[in-house]
Ligand binder design. Structure first.
Ligand code: UDP
Ligand code: MG
Length: 315
């Protein structure tokens, strides 16, 4: 029997995990697949772990629980889940029931029937978000697709099902700063995109706000492109050319009309402009140096405090 592993990152989803588990079991009843569900408790402060243990005790399907020592973020959760997923097919799905488990069945069907595809990724056909946010999201994808070699689908989410080979490839990428959409694009493989409509959150609130999204966007750009580093060269070249042209003007002016009266305001403005450009460029370099520093420490992506239901894994 083909085994399907569901990887479910959970952070403060105490009220959602049991309904999620029931929905997943209902969706896969008599489907002819062996189901394994890997729950990652991402350092939740509520009853998530307690309820996950209740689910485990039921024993109605193969369940693994990886409980983190603190909140490491969804990306770390996904990484841990992939490590513990043992199925031929692996699926990433949220615990809040926004992504219905029945859709995973459709994804698996595509993988079964169309061997040319290795990944089935769902994208949201109708987004229920405001105009401003959707403008920023569109701009982000336009920028990252232009700056980096990877191509990201603007609406694709982490809601995906893929073959084991894709999971193995993703695990080869051991970077600390993880940006899943980019990692999926980077490893390649033939991807089939299917539309889906996200439901309302079953309970609780989203962990994202504008600043977190902005940080995530910066993470994506810095992680997948070195183009921002070239900005300093670009600014330097443009301002250098402008300075030479201005120098010629000043010399010509001096020779033809005598000594020009120096402009105080112009000097201050130019000084401020160029110091801010320099600081901006140092900031960009700093982002890359900082990531290099983080990675060079070789710290693990997550720390598991407790692992339940796993017989053996080389940690
Ligand atoms: N999540 C996580 N760690 C975090 C934040 C979120 O494991 O630090 C999980 C969360 O429990 C949920 C999924 O990631 O299962 C998606 O989070 P959320 O629903 O907040 O995001 P949205 O659906 O609004 O994009
Ligand atoms: Mg959600």
């Amino acid at each position: 029997m083909v085994k399907l592993s569901l990887v479910v990152p959970c952070y403060n989803e105490g009220e959602n995990v049991i309904p999620f588990h029931e929905a997943a079991l209902a969706a896969f009843r008599d489907c002819g697949y062996e189901i394994e569900i890997v729950y990652i408790d991402d350092g939740s402060q509520d009853a998530t772990l307690h309820n996950l243990k209740k689910i485990y005790a039921r024993g109605d399907c193969k369940v693994k629980i990886v409980s983190f020592s603190r909140n490491f973020g969804k990306e770390a959760g996904i990484y841990a889940g992939l490590r513990h997923a043992s199925g031929e097919y692996v699926s990433l799905i949220d615990a809040d029931l926004q992504q219905r488990p029945e859709i995973v069945r459709d994804m698996v069907k595509i993988l079964d029937e169309q061997p040319e595809y290795d990944i089935v990724a769902a994208y949201q056909d109708r987004r229920g978000e405001g105009k401003v946010l959707s403008f920023f999201k569109k701009s982000f994808y336009a920028v990252i697709n232009r700056l980096s070699k990877v191509r990201l689908h603007p609406d694709a989410s982490d809601f995906r099902t893929f073959r084991r080979s894709v999971r193995d490839s993703l695990l080869l990428l051991g970077e600390n700063h993880r940006f899943s959409k980019g990692l999926f694009a980077w490893v390649g493989y033939a991807t089939c995109f299917i539309p889906y409509t996200a439901d309302k959150r079953a309970s609780g609130t989203t962990k994202w706000n504008f600043w977190k999204l902005l940080n995530y966007a910066i993470e994506g750009i810095i992680g997948f492109s070195t183009a921002p580093l070239r900005l300093a060269t670009l600014f330097g070249t443009v301002s250098g050319i402008a300075a030479i042209l201005y120098l010629i003007c000043v010399v010509v002016e001096k020779l033809t009309r005598g000594i020009a009266v120096p402009g105080y305001a112009t000097i201050i403005v130019l000084l401020l402009l160029f110091s801010s450009i320099q600081l901006f460029c140092i900031g960009i370099i700093g982002e890359y140096v900082g990531r290099n520093f983080e990675q060079s420490k070789g710290r693990p992506i997550y720390i598991a405090k407790e692992v339940i239901g796993e017989e053996e894994i080389d940690n």
